[in-house]
Write a protein that binds this ligand. Structure first.
Ligand code: ZN
Length: 292
């Protein structure tokens, strides 16, 4: 049946693999993100070893990305703080060397596709994957397809109420200050509390404020997209005590207004962790390659 290629393209490393599913993910290889020429050259060389069996490649990449097929710069990273990578085309070197279809998405969109195919959103038509880590980003699958507009959604930068008496912290987003990412990402937690989030005890009151902000953000997403489920991933969500706090607060904020059956209980099956764990990025890219 052939093999599919997967690339998880990050600011520090590109993970590459080939396979056909979660039970068959082979030759996982880590290539450091150095210069575009060197890194992309090694990525191409990795896949050349499989070129006779390779059907397609999926890439989940750090963004922002130009994903508009009609754009002359389709497939590029328009601007990134990563030196040397602004304007780099991620699609072309692979397409030209390997002559197979290559599908590119943001890392969070790819993770959403992977969770939809094999993970926590299996069988659902409309769902959201939100990652809360060094940034906050969201991917939405609507009627079985990834939601794109003029750009991919940037759910981390929505505005939420910010009570400056309770939390005088101005936020860390260089563009908006106290948008959701500015208030609730990992770097925001570290800057506000003066220590990395993983060192804050699970019962620290810092997490109540974090749950409040994430619940406010989720309420906006919920009211706009009415998803069947929301998956929360990323490093900050490793603190599993956030889940019950967020569910409780979302329930209060919605005040039983939305007649979605899954929203009537304690939201345990509505706001959930990812199912694919640390392989989510690679499996998301693999799912992109397989779903074309
Ligand atoms: Zn922002």
């Amino acid at each position: 049946m052939g093999l599919y290629g997967a690339i998880e393209a990050g600011g520090t490393k590109f993970l590459c693999a080939v396979g056909t599913g979660p039970e068959d993910l082979q030759s996982v290889t880590r290539i450091p993100t150095t210069t575009p020429e060197e890194t992309m050259g090694r990525v191409v060389a990795f896949f050349q070893a499989f070129r006779h069996e390779l059907r397609a490649i999926g890439i989940g990449a750090f963004g922002p990305l130009d994903l508009n097929p009609r754009s002359p710069t389709f497939g590029t990273i328009p601007t990134t703080p990563k030196p040397g990578w602004s304007g780099v085309n991620l699609l072309k070197p692979l397409q030209e060397a390997l002559r197979v279809p290559v599908y590119l998405e943001t890392d969070v969109n790819a993770a959403a596709v992977g969770e939809g195919r094999w993970g926590a959103a299996r069988g659902l038509e409309t769902f959201v994957y939100l990652t809360v880590g060094t940034g906050i980003g969201g991917g939405a699958v609507v009627h079985g397809r990834l939601l794109h507009g003029a750009l991919h959604p940037e759910m981390g930068h929505i505005r939420i109420p910010h009570d400056r008496e309770r939390d005088p912290f101005p936020g860390v987003c260089p563009f908006h200050g106290d948008c959701l990412e500015g208030l609730a990402s990992g770097p925001a937690l570290e800057a506000r509390w003066g220590r990395p989030p993983e060192s804050l005890p699970w019962d620290d009151p810092a997490w109540d404020l974090e749950a409040e902000y994430l619940a406010l953000g989720l309420q906006n997403i919920l009211c706009i997209l009415a998803p069947e489920r929301i998956i929360l991933g990323g490093g900050v969500m490793e603190n599993r005590s956030l889940f019950p706090r967020i569910r409780r607060r979302v329930e209060e904020l919605l005040n039983r207004y939305l007649p979605i059956p899954a929203l009537q209980g304690d939201l345990e099956d509505y706001i959930v962790p990812p199912a694919l764990g640390e392989r989510a990025g690679l499996l998301g890219a693999l799912a992109l390659a397989m779903s074309g």
